[in-house]
Design a protein around this ligand. Structure first.
Ligand SMILES: *[C@@H]1O[C@H](CO)[C@@H](O)[C@H](O)[C@H]1NC(C)=O
Ligand SMILES: *[C@@H]1O[C@H](CO)[C@@H](O)[C@H](O)[C@H]1NC(C)=O
Ligand SMILES: *[C@@H]1O[C@H](CO)[C@@H](O)[C@H](O)[C@H]1NC(C)=O
Ligand SMILES: *[C@@H]1O[C@H](CO)[C@@H](O)[C@H](O)[C@H]1NC(C)=O
Ligand SMILES: *[C@@H]1O[C@H](CO)[C@@H](O)[C@H](O)[C@H]1NC(C)=O
Ligand SMILES: *[C@@H]1O[C@H](CO)[C@@H](O)[C@H](O)[C@H]1NC(C)=O
Length: 380
């Protein structure tokens, strides 16, 4: 899960693999029919990461402190008292990592660089201004990256149907509705009323149609039901929604290591199709998708991540169904290449396709990396 804003994509075409071999282990990938050809020509497969989670070298090479450095100085912030001072040391080992991506067959790497490294302290502001002017002069594509949990109505009732709709509109719709139509979703306007600022005509015109593509980070799905909590007014209480993770005692999906992550492959299909239908069929990129295992798993057991292969296979299958049904999805980024620093979970959760030894920082591809290779490697 990423929470750092600046976004860069490195295209890997033409880069040569240099260091680590992906030897074949077992028979992963045999139970799948997915191939690169299952997706349209030019469809981009990549992995995603964020600066803070992988870079390391918190206070070296011109990086000033960021709020997370300060936050993590309080013991107990993460279960393992981890800091991101070194994390996976990608700052020094990026060639190994690029190499692994190329070997797996990924086309792109979605990463970020710490604002506090690019722009130390006071000069941040003036540089931001000149950077945004420069971007405007270039003919790049500009998109927005948004988290989107799919909310499924708990029951067939009209109330729960509306509740699920509100949950979607209060999350993805909060941003995409203005970008598409120039104002907040009607359901938000109706509920929030005077506490929701209105766009001026100029603001509305400026924001409407301002994204060339929509990035969606999607991991999981919850049930939503109608529920009014009027103890106090808050963003969350405005939804008038209660979330749950099971229906009649049946869990919505298998729980991953993280408490918030249930494996619900059909959720990505519904999330993408709803986005297509409600927001004028935008160009969509799946910016993050992945699943975690406990951080205390060690070598070699941690490499046999069959559950992760199963997750990717099923989610990609559902994504392909959405493409078949007309969704304009042009790329998919798995979270994440490496087992990285997972914010409040420290290193107690692993999302990587590649295991990182915490002592030596040596990278060991997991079975899921080999599975991806089998699916997306171009034969040449
Ligand atoms: C894979 O392909 C075979 C043969 O075309 C087909 O019988 C099978 O149902 C497919 N499996 C999946 C999971 O789509
Ligand atoms: C984290 O630090 C706190 C305070 O020093 C300590 O009580 C706790 O046992 C530490 N936890 C771990 C997992 O080391
Ligand atoms: C991490 O770096 C900060 C300074 O950015 C320092 O205060 C802290 O002691 C370091 N923690 C460890 C465990 O090295
Ligand atoms: C926005 O406009 C609506 C309708 O004109 C009005 O009811 C609402 O109070 C306005 N909101 C604010 C924050 O001014
Ligand atoms: C109701 O809202 C209050 C205040 O935001 C919150 O503390 C409480 O957990 C909510 N109750 C439920 C059942 O969601
Ligand atoms: C890892 O942690 C889980 C709790 O999250 C515990 O149940 C399990 O026994 C631990 N495994 C090892 C190998 O320490």
């Amino acid at each position: 899960m990423e929470t750092t804003p600046p976004l860069l994509v490195l295209l890997l075409h033409g880069l040569l693999g240099l260091s680590m071999a992906l030897s074949v282990h077992g028979k992963v990938g045999e139970n799948t029919n997915l191939t690169r050809e299952s997706f349209p020509p030019g469809f981009v497969f990549g992995t995603a990461s964020s600066a803070y989670q992988v870079e390391g070298n918190a206070n070296k090479y011109g990086r000033g402190p960021c709020i997370w450095d300060t936050f993590l100085m309080h013991p107990g912030t993460t279960p393992d008292n981890a800091t991101a001072n070194v994390t996976v040391d990608e700052y020094h080992r990026y060639m190994d990592d690029v190499d692994n991506m190329v070997r797996v067959g990924f086309d792109a790497y979605r990463f970020s660089i710490s604002w506090s490294r690019i722009f130390p302290r006071e000069i941040l502001k003036s540089l931001q201004i000149s950077a945004s002017k420069r971007t405007a002069q270039q003919k790049g594509k500009i998109g927005i990256l948004l988290d989107f949990v799919w909310y499924e109505a708990l029951t067939d009732s009209i109330e729960d149907g509306f509740a699920a709709h509100r949950a979607r509109m209060f999350t993805l719709g909060w941003f995409l509705h203005p970008i598409t139509y120039g104002h907040y979703p009607e359901t938000m306007e109706k509920i929030v009323q005077g506490r929701l600022p209105n766009f001026t005509f100029e603001q509305s015109e400026m924001v409407k149609g301002s994204a060339d593509y929509i990035g969606i980070n999607h991991y999981t799905t919850y049930y939503a039901s109608h529920y009014i909590n009027d103890t106090e007014k808050s963003y969350r209480n405005d939804w008038n929604v209660k979330l749950s993770y099971s229906r009649n005692g049946v869990p919505i999906g298998k729980k991953a290591y993280s408490d918030w992550l249930y494996v619900v492959p059909w959720g990505i299909y519904k999330a993408v199709m709803w986005t297509k239908e409600k927001f004028n069929n935008p160009v969509i990129i799946i910016g993050e998708n992945g699943v975690d295992q406990p951080g205390n798993e060690t070598l070699p057991g941690a490499l046999y991540d069959t559950f992760r292969i199963d997750y990717f296979e099923k989610y990609l299958h559902e994504l392909k169904c959405a493409l078949n049904d007309g969704a304009n999805v042009i790329g998919y980024f798995a979270w994440s290449l490496l087992d990285t620093f997972e914010w409040r979970l420290g290193f107690t959760s692993k999302f990587g396709l590649v295991y990182v030894d915490r002592q030596t920082f040596t990278r060991y591809p997991k079975d899921s990396a080999r599975w991806f290779r089998k699916v997306i490697k171009k034969e040449d």
